[in-house]
Write a protein that binds this ligand. Structure first.
Ligand code: BDR
Ligand code: CA
Length: 304
């Protein structure tokens, strides 16, 4: 079984960024993971992004009560506007970065981190232990927009925009990284018809998703004029279950950390075209997803 840690920002609404996103897609990704016999979820670590960390932690606890949870922040009563009761469990008293480093040391080369929010926790893990990039198995990131516009503004995708400095540290740390960006996830849509199928499904996971997905669907209708929702985080998680729906190319990713284009991901794969000559020669390369079999992803998501 693949050992997986999900670094996530599940929640509804965002006090930090406009326009508002919600974490329904984080919830979907977590559920796909819990329903996938191919993987063993070592833990959920939470980060801010869709909501601040305390609420993300609370919501992650809500999504699965038996998991080990590592988080910076503890206790979060009264922070959400959801009508769920407080979770029955508490977060583990350990920072996310410490948990990531601990697990990488415990299972060198075997842990996959699926990063579904801003990359703060991973950057801290890199700073905390410079050997972390070599000890972690793979990092699969929902982050960036490669040759397409962002979703916070024309330059930046939300997770990268959330902490561009952290993103630049992670992309250049030398770990085995696969980045899934908006060029991919804007092709993967859970439609209104899929939603109806989920509504008829006799599953506690489907029922939970249907309950929290409303705002996410409304948002997509208003912002993107589509009848459905983008499956950012589930697509990324599914890459850890079964990478075959994706193809990728390799190159250097750097992140703009200041100014008008703060959060822009610049992908340099000129090496492919010009041999070894690239402006950023010597920087560690990462894999960036370039094509997706969208229906295979949606099918797997629905099935799980
Ligand atoms: C990313 O931002 C959040 O809204 C989603 O959960 C996803 O991780 C998409 O840009
Ligand atoms: Ca997310």
């Amino acid at each position: 079984k693949k050992k997986v840690i999900i670094d996530t920002d599940p929640g509804i609404g965002s006090p930090l960024t406009e326009p508002l996103f919600d974490g329904a897609d984080d919830a979907m990704a977590i559920f796909v993971a819990l329903r996938s016999p191919e993987m063993e979820v070592l833990g959920l670590t939470t980060t801010f992004g869709n909501v601040h960390t305390a609420l993300a932690t609370r919501n992650a606890l809500h999504l699965h009560r038996k998991l080990r949870i590592a988080s910076f922040v503890h206790g979060s009563d009264g922070l959400g506007n959801q009508d769920f009761p407080p979770p029955a469990t508490k977060p583990v008293d350990q920072s996310a970065a410490a948990f990531l480093v601990e697990q990488a040391n415990l299972y060198p080369g075997q842990v996959t981190v699926v990063a579904l929010g801003p990359l703060t926790n991973l950057a801290l893990a890199v700073k905390f232990d410079p050997s972390f990039p070599k000890k972690i198995g793979q990092i699969i990131i929902l982050g960036g927009a490669y040759s397409v516009n962002g979703n916070v503004n024309p330059a930046a995708e939300a997770n990268i925009f959330g902490d561009p400095d952290a993103a630049d540290i992670v992309f250049t740390c030398g770990a085995d990284i696969l980045a899934v960006g908006l060029n991919i996830t804007h092709q993967v849509v859970l439609t209104d018809a899929d939603r109806e199928k989920l509504e008829q499904c006799d599953s506690k996971y489907a029922r939970y998703l249907c309950k929290i997905m409303g705002i996410y669907f409304d948002y997509h209708k208003d912002a993107y004029f589509i009848k459905g929702v983008y499956l950012h985080d589930p697509t990324t998680l599914i890459a850890a279950v079964n990478p075959s729906p994706l193809t990728y190319t390799e190159g250097v990713v750097r992140v703009q950390t200041v100014g008008l284009t703060k959060g822009l991901t610049v992908f340099d794969n000129t090496k492919k075209r010009y041999g070894e000559i690239t402006a950023w020669t010597g920087m560690p390369t990462v894999k960036v997803a370039v094509t997706v079999d969208a229906s295979a992803v949606v099918e797997l998501m629905m099935q799980r």
